[in-house]
Design a protein around this ligand. Structure first.
Ligand code: ADP
Ligand code: RBF
Ligand code: MG
Length: 392
């Protein structure tokens, strides 16, 4: 990730985008457009989904109509698909780190605006599904309240004006290219959090590019730092996955001293896509052997440039033999860092060992240690995955 450029003035105000930045809108957009296409005898192409990121509803509609050759006008299409979206608003989940960031800014009295291309009423409806969100924004600016939407700077300039501040005091956080363009055109500082993996290179005009909201460092901008990091780790709402250990990429990780027990990702693709790529840690249970400390990477392994998002847990224990086919259950309780590329294999290995030491130590803290005894870890019979560790 690109390091932030030095800033000449300290930030006093923050402006957040909503769709794709705070909310996982893309999952819902894909679901709705897909079901519309199926009804119209077309096949959804997930590779084209990124074209809709950061567009106004009107622009997105025109792209879908053209890409799939649908016989509707933009207005007709919007009138059919808009009610389908409205039903889904409360199904848009906060992205990793969104609640934490909003609460942090509010607790520290940092005036924060919400600025989105969506019409104001849609924004209000979407955020009403999330406790404490509406009260956290000193102003909300919708696409229908200004002349031109992003990439024009109007929305951000309006937000700054309503907060009685000047653009150079504002920090914009945005997931889309039109949004980043708009923020820079407004004369603001911009952090890009691209929604589309592997497209970070397109965001070179941003002042900083980060992988997820978990990686926001407010102190880099003169804002109060987060104080929830503990011994190099960030506690997260735990999540739980399980499955049989399968053959991985056969990269000879074992030879490098870092065997990773791969799980069939298709079993829990929803949970995995909900979580940002990065290095996490927690507990691993093997039904016939015991419960062990674990550190893992989730994502595309930039050093190897995987085409698929993989889950690679390294159990912090020396086993005398392999355990392919055995049931492995993971409780993922904390975050360490985003995935990175490395100049050499040695430096990658050194960093993974450092992650192992951090996890090893942190898992003794009561806040993480307690999950070793969760029912999910102890009950060898439960199948599938849950997000709360409860018994299915
Ligand atoms: P693959 O490409 O098949 O994942 P690896 O070289 O990563 O091969 O080795 C992973 C396998 O090694 C696991 O599936 C498991 O059977 C075994 N293994 C032995 N020790 C460990 C460990 N400490 N953590 C994870 N897997 C281990
Ligand atoms: N791969 C990367 O390309 N970048 C990383 O930052 C990275 N971090 C990892 C952290 C841990 C704890 C583990 C277990 C793996 C990580 N990997 C990373 C994945 C690694 O490339 C893969 O497991 C190799 O097969 C290890 O040799
Ligand atoms: Mg492996």
């Amino acid at each position: 990730m690109a390091a932030p450029k030095p800033i000449s003035r300290l930030i006093s105000h923050v402006i957040l985008d909503l769709d794709g930045t705070l909310l996982n809108t893309d999952a819902v957009v894909s679901k709705v457009v897909k079901s519309f296409l199926v009804k119209n005898g077309k096949t959804w192409d997930s590779k084209k989904a990124h074209k809709l990121v950061g567009k106004t509803p009107y622009e997105a509609a025109s792209i879908v109509l053209e890409d799939y050759g649908l016989p509707y006008s933009i207005e007709e299409f919007l009138s059919m698909i808009t009610p389908m979206f409205s039903e889904q608003w409360c199904n848009m989940k906060p992205l990793p780190g969104a609640n934490r960031l909003i609460k942090h800014l509010r607790r520290n009295g940092v005036p924060t605006a919400l600025a989105s291309n969506s019409p104001r009423s849609n924004i209000e409806a979407k955020i009403s599904c999330h406790q404490g969100w509406k009260e956290s924004f000193s102003t909300i600016v919708g696409g229908d309240e200004v002349q031109k939407g992003k990439p024009s700077p109007d929305i951000f300039l309006e937000a700054a004006e309503r907060m009685n501040t000047t653009p150079s005091n504002c920090l914009v956080i945005e997931d889309s290219l039109p949004g980043v363009t708009a923020g820079k055109a407004a004369g603001m500082h911009v952090i890009a959090v691209p929604s589309v993996p592997k497209k970070t290179g397109e965001f070179s005009t941003a002042d900083e590019v980060i992988n997820s909201l978990l990686d926001v460092r407010p102190e880099n901008w003169g804002l109060p730092p987060f104080n929830d990091w503990i011994e190099g780790t960030l506690p997260i709402e735990p999540w739980f996955i399980s499955g049989p250990v399968i053959k991985g990429f056969g990269r000879g990780s074992k030879v490098l001293g870092i065997p990773t027990a791969n799980l069939p990702a298709e079993n829990f693709s929803d949970v995995v896509s909900e979580h940002t790529s990065g290095v996490y840690f927690g507990w691993a249970a093997l039904s016939t052997r015991g419960i062990y400390k674990m550190v893992m990477s989730i994502g595309w392994n930039p050093y190897f440039d995987n085409t698929e998002k993989t889950v690679e847990p390294w159990l912090l224990h020396d086993f005398a033999e392999d355990f392919y086919g055995e049931e492995l259950r993971l409780a993922i309780v904390g975050y360490i860092r985003h995935e990175a590329n490395f100049p050499s294999l040695e430096s990658l290995i050194e960093r993974i060992h450092e992650d192992g030491r951090i996890a090893e130590k942190a898992l003794d803290l009561p806040m993480y240690a307690k999950y070793k005894d969760s029912p999910y870890m102890r009950n060898p019979l439960q199948q599938g995955s849950t997000t709360d560790g409860s018994q299915a």
